[in-house]
Design a protein. Structure first.
Lengths: 307, 265
């Protein structure tokens, strides 16, 4: 069963097109990552899914219903925003107890969720006195109050330190495993998504450029990856990019990851040294390997751009 | 999962934020101070008034001025700072994750911003008047209520305009400035309209203003300070007051429509 279905979603802010003909389907029981650069349209997409923004075109259904001003589906969704804001002059436990009453769950649940995010010691603190990381944990506790079937989180780890991030991702895995909670997580921190997600939607320029199970995407975009280590990455990248059989590539200071058409790996092994010689770059190594999530993301983007 | 009371909880949360210490205490003190001081003053001034209705009107209007200004400041603060910052910071976004319709959230915010302020204002005012001048107030309750209704209509209209601006701009600073400008502009516009009316002996300008600020027609009805060229009947007073509230209701209705159907966060 699909919990979220978006078809042909479009949203513009004046002349700026934030989301353009976006399609997305989120299956029950999945942990789906929404990845993309800043301004790719992730937050706008999430806001349309949550009924905070009306799409200019297209349809979005959450639990089979239009999310705009829909109270029925709010009882089934937990939301974590990148920047969490709550009435700041109330105590954390008091406010969560209020939220318990709003959702009609026992007030004891408030302490349970505070303990779940390791924030029980801050139960008598004013919300405004929480640090950014604590506030984010509080937002997660807030989202868990009513035991939602679906949690939508927009950059939920953005304000957390590495340890808190790790704990939070453990919590995501635990909730997914024990409570069968479905997650839609947007993030630009790719390694952490690869830890928890089983599906990924790569968003760029308001469109979903690649979507599917992680294993399928690796097969599609990251098989036939050849890593070239060189002392002159960017210059060599420009030369490699000219090769017609190169389907995608990305580079950093240490080297270049190249994806080639099927059966062209050997050809690349032959061509790279020639190109390096031409621009007087030094080849430190060439090897075939698997891609990281970051490479997968960049390769998917560059493959699309080359089409 | 049992059924909660999201509306009451959001209302209580909004009241908690709008009237947190020391706002409620300070404003209640100022209301009481303004009311009692000016009520005593008003009673002595109007002791020689002609009719009981006119005396009641004079007493109420003389006690109104300072507390009404305090009421306006409180309401403006609640709309501009309370609702405006809730929109700006994202607290409304948090409320939108609760099982409560958008119109319910706006009603809760407005009940906190306007309703509680109004209760505080009228509660202290009417109690004070009852304590200080029961023989005037009790027999003329209709006049007392009409005077309040006529005096509150324009501030409520400004509050409605501020609401629209705050929703559109999603911040309160500009709407607060606009609200204060509109409030003070009315005194100036009324003054100019009065001079114009006296000069031309034509009450049209005053009648137009009365449609949004009916305290003017009420003042003319009881005071008749502008001479014979405009002597409104009581039915006219009711008509202008009614029209002004229709305009206020329309502005708030627009606010509800925008908040429920158009507000993108």
């Amino acid at each position: 069963m699909s919990l979220i279905v978006a078809e042909g979603l479009a949203k513009s802010y004046g002349r700026v097109v934030a989301v353009d003909s976006l399609n997305l389907k989120l299956d029950e029981g999945s942990v789906t990552g929404l990845i993309g650069p800043n301004g790719a349209g992730k937050t706008t997409t999430i806001k349309m899914i949550l009924g905070l923004l009306k799409p200019d075109r297209g349809v979005v259904k959450v639990f089979g219903q239009n999310p705009w001003d829909n109270t029925a589906i709010r009882s089934m969704i937990g939301v974590v925003y990148e920047k969490a804001f709550f009435p700041s002059h109330q105590k954390t436990l008091d406010y969560l107890q209020r939220v318990c009453r709003i959702f009609g769950v026992p007030e004891s649940r408030a302490m349970e969720v505070l303990e779940l995010v390791n924030l029980q010691e801050a139960s008598d603190r004013d919300i405004r006195a929480l640090s950014a990381g604590m506030l984010q944990k509080f937002a997660i506790a807030h989202a868990l109050i009513h035991k939602p079937k679906l949690i939508v989180a927009d950059e939920m780890t953005a304000n957390l330190d590495p340890q808190a991030r790790s704990e939070l991702l453990d919590l995501v895995l635990q909730l997914h495993r024990d409570e069968k909670v479905t997650f839609l997580l947007s993030s630009h921190i790719l390694p952490e998504l690869s830890r928890v997600c089983d599906s990924v939607a790569i968003i760029n320029r308001g469109k979903v450029w690649a979507f599917g199970k992680l294993s399928e995407l690796y097969e599609k975009y990251a098989v036939g990856i050849i890593r070239v280590s060189t002392d002159s990455s960017y210059a060599l990248e420009a030369e490699i990019r000219k090769l017609k059989y190169v389907k995608g590539l990305e580079s950093d200071i240490r080297g270049i990851s190249v994806r080639v058409a099927d059966g062209k790996e050997d050809k690349l092994y032959e061509d790279v040294p020639k190109l390096a010689k031409k621009i007087k770059a030094k080849i430190l190594g060439i090897e075939t390997g698997s891609a990281s999530m970051q490479e997968l993301y960049r390769l998917a983007i560059s493959t699309k751009e080359r089409k | 999962m049992g059924k909660g009371k999201p509306f009451l909880e959001v209302l209580s949360s909004a009241i908690h934020e709008d009237y947190r210490f020391p706002f409620l205490e300070v404003f209640a003190f100022l209301y009481a101070l303004g009311t009692f001081v000016f009520a005593s003053f008003g009673v002595t001034i109007t002791a020689q008034g002609a009719t009981n209705e006119a005396i009641a009107y004079d007493v109420v209007s003389s006690t109104l001025s300072i507390p009404l200004f305090i009421f306006i400041i409180l309401v403006f603060k609640n709309i501009a700072h309370g609702l405006g910052s809730d929109l700006e910071k994202g607290i409304i976004q948090t409320y939108f994750s609760y099982p409560l319709r958008r119109r319910g959230i706006l009603t809760a915010k407005l009940l906190s911003a306007l309703g509680v302020a109004l209760l505080l204002f009228l509660g202290i005012q009417i109690s004070a008047l009852y304590i200080l001048a029961p023989d005037i107030i009790l027999p003329q309750l209709g006049t007392v209520l009409l005077t309040y209704a006529a005096s509150l209509s324009y501030p409520l209209l400004i509050a409605g305009i501020m609401l629209l601006l705050t929703l559109k701009l999603r911040r309160g600073g500009i709407s607060l400035v606009v609200g204060l400008v509109l409030y003070f502009a009315m005194s100036m516009v009324s003054g100019i309209a009065t001079i114009f009316a006296i000069y031309t002996e034509n009450p049209v300008s005053l009648q137009i203003i009365s449609a949004i600020s009916p305290s003017l027609v009420l003042q003319q009805y009881y005071g008749g300070m502008l001479g014979d060229f405009w002597a409104p009947a009581f039915s006219e007073v009711l008509l202008y007051t009614g029209v002004s509230y229709v305009i206020v209701a329309f502005i708030f209705f627009l606010g509800y429509i925008y908040f429920s159907r158009r507000l993108n966060l």
